[in-house]
Design a protein around this ligand. Structure first.
Ligand code: ZN
Length: 283
């Protein structure tokens, strides 16, 4: 926790995947090419861990199982630096593409890989591309049944690929077939009767940082934490430019050289900690 407004701690999170796992890269880097792509996530993850250490801030790192399986030492290293480790599934396919059975397999396999790596239980889950939506509500049941205590996958906005605009903007306990599961949705800013995305990622790179500041201030003033997310590849302007143009390239490459500065400015102004700290362990 840090910063002058250090009253309510917000959740800071990183979805640890390679640049070629991002949905925007699918047309040029389908899954069968992943093994031969240049891997860069370890170096950028370490740079983030160092920046957080300099400010004494902890965060949650949701590891994609694909990454954790190939580099369990990185998972261990991040955990040893005091951060929470969570699961980002295995294959980066969206919940709706996987369906309940494959989604369950991935939730289970990734949890086992991560728990093996750090020797401690994994409590939290972040679905690929915020793909827990009204259509994939079954994901809550599956996650609770698989032993997760909280989920942080709902983006309560309207978007062409994801989003659940009618969902709660603040943490909420969801009833599942196996008991309650806490959902910690992505940060939004409420304006003109709609929820605007303000949680980080491409929005943090594309939009003025003032919007994220305002969303955090308003959320905290109302007594709630905000959840912010970024990806290590968003800190890596040197990544191979696999996309040559179009909307996907714009979304993926815009402002990569300024992400670290923006993150540092956020850390200077707001209190942050792990997402798991917002989800008290069940009694
Ligand atoms: Zn992801």
């Amino acid at each position: 926790m840090t910063g002058p407004d250090a009253k309510i701690a917000n959740g800071l999170s990183f979805d640890v995947e390679e640049y070629f796992h991002a949905l925007n890269l699918r047309p040029v880097a389908p899954a069968e090419t992943w093994e031969r792509q240049e891997r860069r996530v370890a170096a950028t993850t370490r740079a983030i861990v160092e920046a957080l250490a300099a400010r004494d801030v902890t965060a949650t790192f949701y590891f994609l199982g694909w990454v954790a399986k190939r580099d369990p030492a990185l998972v261990k290293e991040v955990a040893a630096a005091g951060h929470e480790i969570g699961s980002h599934g295995m294959s980066h396919r969206m919940a709706g593409e996987l369906g309940p059975d494959a989604f369950r397999d991935e939730a289970r396999e990734s949890k086992a890989i991560l728990e093996d790596a750090i020797g401690a239980p994994i409590r939290g889950f972040r679905a690929s591309t915020f793909s827990v939506t009204e259509a994939t509500r079954w994901a809550f049941d599956v996650l609770r049944e698989e032993g997760y205590e909280y989920d942080s996958s709902v983006f309560p906005v309207r978007h062409d690929r994801y989003g659940w605009p009618s969902f709660s903007r603040v943490p909420i306990e969801v009833e599942t077939v196996a008991g309650p599961l806490l959902e910690l949705p992505m940060l939004t800013l409420r304006r003109f009767g709609v929820n605007l995305p303000a949680a980080g990622g491409g929005y943090l790179r594309l939009l003025p940082l003032g919007l994220v500041h305002r969303a955090l201030r308003e959320m905290n003033a109302a007594g709630h934490p905000g959840v912010v997310y970024l990806h290590p590849w968003e800190f890596d302007p040197g990544q191979p430019r696999l996309l040559k143009g179009g909307l996907g390239a714009f979304r993926h490459y815009f402002g990569l050289d300024r992400t670290m500065g923006k993150l540092e400015r956020l850390l200077d102004r707001h209190a942050f900690g792990t997402v798991g700290a917002l989800a008290p362990a069940p009694a």
